[in-house]
Design a protein around this ligand. Structure first.
Ligand code: AMP
Length: 731
C-alpha cells in the first residue's frame, strides 16, 4: 500500500462556478486531472431543481429548467452571503449557501465514485472580488456538504497555477494578465513572477458580466425578430422565453466554431427561425467586450507603479466564454501579443485548485518523502495573494466635520496581511468608555458607500484622567480572505474585552455631522428609484424611463439630495445606493437602459426590501409588519449626537412599472412596512400596470400616477415637484 493510499485524507480542487462547476484531483506526483461526473462529463451545471420530494442537481436540473420548470435555481453564486436572498419552493425557502450545499454534495458524490475513495478535504475557488461574507458562505456550504475546506482560493490565482507559469530565474520580472470570462462573472488579475514566487499585483472583476450576457444579447435579438414577424412578445410566455434562452446559448457556442447558425423561437403555435452570423453576434455584443477591456485597463492602472498593456508578457485566457474567437482577437489586438490559452479553458481553475489542495494537504500531513517523488508539488510556485477590498472603520475626519471610512488595510495588500492604525477616542468623563469599531469593506470615503461587515465593541479601558485615549486598531486578513479585528490601548498592558454586535438597522447617522455640530444639518432628501426591467420594458419604454429619470434627477439639488437606483424583474439588483455623485447617478441611469434582460413571468421580485437596505445599510430586509418605528435611542446612547426629528432625512422610493406584479399582496405589505419606517412609496405606472395596485403600494395621498410613455417625463416632473414641496400627505 502506498503512502497516498494509507492516508485517510483525500483533497480535491473545486471550481464552484456560476454556471458550471468542475472537480479536479492531484495526487502530488502526477499532473492533476479533472474528475468526470456520473454522466462522464467534466463540467456539472450549477443548477438545483426541486421536483416533489426530489432534489435534482446538475444536468438533470438544467434539463428541467430548459423545459420551463420554475422550481429550478441557477446563478445562485451571485447571491452568496446575501442574507436576504431566498429561493422559495412552496413553503420552504433556500439560501444561496443551502443551494450550493446541494451542488457540492453532488460534486463530492460523483468525484468519489470516479476516484473510488472518500473525499475529505477541498480547496474551493471564489471570484477574486468576493467579500468576506461571500467567502464565508462558500466555506460554510463546503462544510455543510461534508468537506473540510482547506481554503477559499481566488479563481484567477488558481488559473495562473494551472497554466504552470513557473517562478524561476528566467521568468523573473515577467507580468501576465489573467482574463477569466466565465458564465456569469468576469475576473481580471495582474500577476508578477519572481525568482521564487508568483505575486498577484492587483485584481478586480464584474460579477454582473459573463457568458450569460452574450446569451441575453442573442435572446433579445431573437425576441425582436419574433415580435416583428408575429407581433407577439416572447417574454410574456415564460416557458418559450426559457427555451429560447437555452437555444441562444447553444447558438452562441456553435458560433465559436462556425460562421452562421439558426435560433428557433416558438410561442402560442407561432414558430420563427432566426439566422445569426458570427459577425452580427459580435456586433450585438461589442460593448460587452469593451467593458472587459476597460476593466483590464483600470486594473493595470491600479498596480503600483501603474502598468500598461506594453508591460505585459502575455494574457492568460480562462473560463468557457474565452472560447469565443472574438476574445482572443480582441485581447491580442489590445496587448499586441499572442494570448496563452488551453484547450480546456473551463477546467483551468479546478486544476489550479487541485494543485493547491495537494500542496495544502502535503503541508498538513506530509505523505511523501523526497525519494518517493513529489516532483509535481516541488515545481509548484509559492503563491502570494492579495486582499480584494480595502478594509477600514468609521471614524471622524481630521476637522471632525463628518464621518469617513478610515482605511486600515489597503486593497491589493498581499495576504495574509495585518495592519495597525492608531485612533484617538474621546471619552470625556465616562466611567466605562467603549470603542465601537464598524468594520468597513470598500474604497469609498463615505461610510455608507461601503459594505459594513460588522460591529465590534471594545471595553475595559484603563482610565488615566485624560479626556482622550489612544487605541491601536489592528485588522488582519487571512488567506481565505476572512477578516479579524483587534484593539489595544496605547500605553496600557490591560487586554480589552471585545464583543461582536449586530449592525443596527439605521446607520444614517454616519451621513450626519459628528457630535455638537449636528444642529446645523438641514433636512435632506434621499430617493431610491426602483425601475421595472422585466422583458416588457425592453426597448423604447426603458429608453424613455432612463431619460425621464435623468430629468427627474435634474430637478433636485444634489447637495441635499441623494439618489439611488434599483432594477427589478424576477430579481432585484441594487445598481446604486443613494449618493450625491452625479457621475455615479448617470452611470446607474445607463444601466437602466442596458439592463441584462431577465426572463420571467413579468415581475416576481419586490424591490422594497432592497430599498430599505439601501437607506439603512442593513443586511436584514423588511418584515411584513413592524411593532416599532426606528428609534434614535441607540444613537443617543452612543453619544453620537442624535439627529432631531426635523433634521432627519426624508426618504422616498419612486417605483416605475409597466406590468402586473406576481406577488401583489406581499408587495402592499412591504410598502406599508416601509411607511412604518418613515420611508414613503410613490408609484408611477403605464402600459400593463394596474391602477388599483399602484394606489395600494403608494403610501401617500396622490402618490400614485398612471400615465403613458409619451407623458413619462411630465409625470416624473410632477412627482419631483410634490416630493420637493412635500405636497404629498401620508395615506
Ligand atoms: P465557465 O463558467 O467558465 O464554465 O463558462 C461557462 C460559459 O462559457 C457559459 O456561458 C458557456 O455558454 C460559455 N461557453 C462554453 N463553451 C463555449 C464556446 N465554445 N463558445 C462560446 N462560449 C462558450
Amino acid at each position: 500500500m502506498s503512502a497516498e493510499e494509507r492516508s485517510k485524507r483525500v483533497a480535491v480542487g473545486i471550481d464552484l462556478g456560476t454556471t458550471f462547476s468542475v472537480v479536479a484531483y492531484c495526487d502530488g506526483k502526477s499532473p492533476p486531472r479533472v474528475l468526470k461526473n456520473s454522466l462522464g462529463k467534466s463540467t456539472t451545471p450549477s443548477v438545483v431543481c426541486f421536483k416533489g420530494d426530489e432534489v435534482l442537481v446538475g444536468q438533470d436540473a438544467k434539463d428541467e429548467q430548459a423545459c420551463g420548470e420554475l422550481n429550478a435555481a441557477s446563478f445562485f453564486k451571485r447571491r452568496m452571503g446575501d442574507a436576504n436572498f431566498t429561493f422559495a419552493v412552496g413553503s420552504r425557502e433556500y439560501s444561496a449557501t443551502e443551494l450550493s450545499t446541494f451542488l457540492l454534495k453532488k460534486l463530492k458524490e460523483d468525484a468519489e465514485r470516479e476516484l473510488g475513495r472518500t473525499i475529505t478535504d477541498a480547496v474551493v475557488t471564489v471570484p477574486a472580488y468576493f467579500n468576506n461574507l461571500q467567502r464565508r458562505a462558500t466555506l460554510d456550504a463546503a462544510r455543510a456538504a461534508g468537506l473540510n475546506p482547506l481554503r477559499a482560493l481566488n479563481e484567477p490565482t488558481a488559473a495562473a497555477l494551472a497554466f504552470g507559469v513557473r517562478a524561476n530565474d528566467s521568468n523573473a520580472g515577467k507580468k501576465y494578465l489573467v482574463y477569466d470570462l466565465g458564465g456569469g462573472t468576469f475576473d481580471v488579475s495582474i500577476i508578477a513572477i519572481d525568482r521564487k514566487e508568483i505575486r498577484v499585483l492587483a485584481t478586480d472583476g464584474d460579477h454582473l458580466l459573463g457568458g450569460k450576457d452574450w446569451d441575453d444579447r442573442l435572446l433579445t435579438h431573437v425576441a425582436e425578430r419574433f415580435r416583428d414577424e408575429t407581433g407577439l412578445d416572447l417574454f410574456e410566455d415564460v416557458e418559450s422565453a426559457n427555451e429560447a434562452l437555452v437555444r441562444a446559448e447553444r447558438a452562441k457556442i456553435e458560433l465559436s466554431a462556425r460562421e452562421e447558425t439558426k435560433i428557433t423561437a416558438s410561442s402560442r403555435r407561432e414558430k420563427v427561425a432566426v439566422s445569426v452570423s458570427r459577425e452580427l453576434f459580435e456586433n450585438l455584443s461589442s460593448d460587452l467586450f469593451e467593458r472587459t477591456a476597460t476593466l483590464c485597463e483600470s486594473t493595470l492602472r491600479s498596480c503600483v507603479p501603474a502598468l500598461t498593456w506594453k508591460d505585459l508578457e502575455g494574457v492568460l485566457l480562462v473560463g468557457g466564454s474565452t472560447r469565443m474567437p472574438a476574445v482572443k482577437r480582441f485581447m491580442e489586438a489590445k496587448s499586441g501579443r499572442p494570448v496563452l490559452s488551453g484547450a480546456n479553458v473551463d477546467e483551468a481553475v479546478a486544476i489550479g485548485a487541485a494543485i493547491q489542495a495537494a500542496v495544502d494537504l502535503e503541508a498538513a500531513e506530509p505523505r511523501y518523502s523526497l525519494e518517493s517523488g513529489s516532483e509535481y508539488l516541488l515545481e509548484t510556485p509559492r503563491l502570494a495573494d492579495v486582499c480584494s477590498h480595502t478594509l477600514g472603520m468609521i471614524a471622524e475626519n481630521d476637522d471632525r466635520s463628518k464621518y469617513v471610512n478610515s482605511a486600515i488595510l489597503n486593497k491589493n495588500a498581499p495576504i495574509p496581511a495585518r495592519e495597525t492604525k492608531r485612533h484617538k477616542l474621546n471619552v470625556g468623563n465616562a466611567e466605562n468608555p467603549e470603542l465601537e469599531v464598524y468594520l468597513l469593506q470598500g474604497e469609498q470615503e463615505r461610510p455608507l458607500d461601503n459594505v459594513i461587515l460588522g460591529k465590534h465593541v471594545f471595553s475595559g479601558f484603563e482610565r488615566t484622567g485624560a479626556k482622550e485615549i489612544q487605541v491601536d486598531v489592528t485588522y488582519s486578513y487571512d488567506r481565505d480572505g476572512v477578516v479579524g479585528v483587534e484593539a489595544a490601548q496605547v500605553g496600557s498592558s490591560r487586554n480589552l474585552e471585545k464583543r461582536v454586535e449586530t449592525v443596527p438597522d439605521d446607520m444614517s447617522w454616519t451621513d450626519g455631522v459628528p457630535k455638537e455640530l449636528t444642529k446645523s444639518v438641514s433636512a435632506n432628501l434621499s430617493i431610491v428609484f426602483a425601475v421595472d426591467v422585466s422583458g416588457s420594458m425592453e426597448g423604447k419604454p426603458v429608453e424613455k424611463a432612463r431619460k425621464a429619470f435623468l430629468s427627474f434627477v435634474d430637478q433636485f439639488d444634489l447637495e441635499t439630495t441623494k439618489i439611488g437606483v434599483i432594477r427589478f424583474a424576477d430579481k432585484n439588483d441594487v445598481v446604486l445606493r443613494p449618493t450625491r455623485s452625479r457621475i455615479e447617478i448617470e452611470r446607474a441611469a445607463s444601466k437602466i437602459q442596458n439592463a441584462p434582460w431577465t426572463v420571467g413571468s413579468g415581475t416576481s421580485a419586490i424591490p422594497f426590501d432592497d430599498a430599505y437596505r439601501c437607506f439603512t445599510n442593513t443586511r436584514d430586509g423588511l418584515r411584513d409588519s413592524f411593532a416599532k418605528s426606528p428609534s434614535f435611542g441607540e444613537l443617543r446612547s452612543r453619544g453620537v449626537g442624535a439627529l432631531s426629528g426635523n433634521d432627519r432625512e426624508r426618504r422616498f422610493v419612486v417605483v416605475l412599472t409597466d406590468g402586473q406584479w406576481l406577488f401583489q399582496s406581499k408587495a402592499v405589505k412591504k410598502a406599508k412596512s416601509l411607511a412604518e419606517h418613515g420611508i414613503d412609496v410613490v408609484a408611477i405606472g403605464f402600459g400593463g400596470a394596474n391602477k388599483k395596485f399602484l394606489r395600494e403600494i403608494s403610501t401617500m395621498d396622490e402618490g400614485s400616477l398612471y400615465t403613458d410613455l409619451s407623458r413619462l417625463e411630465e409625470s416624473f416632473s410632477s412627482i419631483a415637484q410634490t416630493i420637493k414641496g412635500n405636497g404629498l400627505k401620508r395615506v
